[in-house]
Design a protein around this ligand. Structure first.
Ligand code: ARG
Length: 396
């Protein structure tokens, strides 16, 4: 039997390699993907995977694909789960699972595997993707079947079996990181009343320690895609990296929330997503300028549904394909620039412009430049107010 496992290099997946090898008498192939997390060099990961018991190791840089195929569509769709979470972890799971399946097909494997626990969302995201891309492959989730009750027990097992453990020092949190943001949970964060201690945040400055001078930035969009920063054309990945750095310095992108997991559990998670917060803010601002009221409000409904399908692991689905067609059409006029002021945790829109703007100063103005026909409002209110008149009359 041959099993391909999504390998992070951490304790769980290292122990899982040995567990799978022994329990299923299997040949294990480890697959690690670079999606913009802090990652050890491939040779170190390979050595660890092999010492854990893997026969082969694959490493893939999926960053560009992550940006093009996942982050950009999610941004265009305005996908933010439960009003706060820009979905960094959620978006990365189908991407990694795609990589696992590619290797499984190449290696003619019998099964695929991951290191997710039995109570989270990530197991669902991995496995729905596996099912969609390779309906006949067996899926094994070692963390749902093994007997370890704590990290300590896993460490004990690893020592016993001579499995090397990552040398990076143990953090009191569970952290997941990629280009689009960082998710942090466990430890003291499990008490929803406790303010996150400073050491929980990995990259952002606390707002009170952010620079005392605001910083202005300008982001340019072309058909919904961020294309320039401060009037300089840049690759999307570079813009994300730059905004992560600038935003983090100004304490932007900290999110502390209670969220509803798919399995019914309410959990407290904190996020750091400076680039995602800045880009969603800017992107939404152009939409405000170029969309009709009807389109703006209807698209908000689509955004909610889209965020749910990402969160629920249904990235690969006909629903998403259909919504993508709708979203793509909406982005036709989402071209323009947004000016933002970054200051102590705040990302404030201070200017916006677009060649397709529906904003007309002559209509909005209260000066003599006004061209709006005030008298036309008489008839408009007469008819629009008819129902109010009827209802009010009935009440009397
Ligand atoms: N709650 C987030 C989600 O479901 C992140 C999950 C992973 N978090 C973590 N700290 N390991 O997408």
């Amino acid at each position: 039997m041959k099993i391909v496992i999504a390998y992070s290099g951490g304790l769980d997946t290292s122990v899982a390699i040995r567990y799978l090898k022994e329990k299923y008498k299997a040949e294990i192939i480890a697959y690690t993907s670079n999606i913009g997390q802090k990652i050890e060099p491939p040779d170190i990961l390979e050595e660890r995977a092999k010492k854990a018991g893997a026969k082969k190791f694959y490493y893939e840089d999926q960053r560009e694909k992550f940006v093009k195929d996942y982050i950009i569509p999610a941004l265009k769709a305005g996908a933010i789960y439960q009003e706060k979470y820009p979905l960094a972890t959620s978006l990365s799971r189908p991407l990694i699972a795609e990589g696992v399946i590619k290797i499984a097909k190449k290696e003619k494997a019998d099964a695929v595997s991951h290191g997710c626990t039995g109570k989270g969302n990530d197991q669902v995201r991995f496995e729905l993707t596996f099912k969609y891309l390779a309906p006949d492959l067996k899926v094994i989730a070692p963390l749902r079947e093994w007997e370890f009750k704590s990290r300590e027990q896993e460490i004990e097992y690893a020592k016993e079996k001579g499995i090397p453990i990552s040398t990076s020092k143990e953090k009191p949190y569970s952290i997941d990181e990629n280009l689009w943001g960082i998710s942090i949970e466990c430890g003291v964060l499990e008490n929803p009343w406790t303010e996150p201690p400073e050491d929980a945040y990995q990259i952002t400055n606390p707002p009170e320690k952010a620079p005392d001078k605001p910083e202005y930035i300008e982001i340019g969009f072309e058909k919904g895609i961020f294309a320039s920063l401060n009037d300089k054309k840049m690759k999307e990945i570079e813009i994300i990296e730059r905004l992560t750095e600038i935003g983090a310095r100004h304490g932007i992108g900290r999110i502390d929330m209670i969220e509803d997991r798919l399995v019914g559990i309410k959990s407290r998670e904190i996020y750091e997503a400076p680039a995602a917060v800045i880009l969603h803010t800017a992107h939404n601002e152009i939409e405000k300028l170029v969309f009709s009221r009807d389109l703006y409000e209807f698209k908000k409904i689509v955004s909610i549904r889209y965020s749910q399908l990402i969160y629920f692991g249904q990235w690969f689905s006909h629903l998403r394909e259909c919504l993508d067609k709708f979203v793509e059409e909406t982005q036709k006029y989402v071209t323009g620039k947004v000016r933002l002021k970054l200051y102590k945790g705040n990302c404030i829109v201070v200017g916006r412009s677009s060649p397709y703007s529906l904003y007309k100063e002559e209509l909005a103005t209260y000066t003599e430049k006004d061209i709006f026909d005030h008298k036309a409002s008489n008839g408009f209110i007469e008819i629009f107010g008819l129902t109010s008149k009827l209802e009010g009359g009935r009440k009397k």
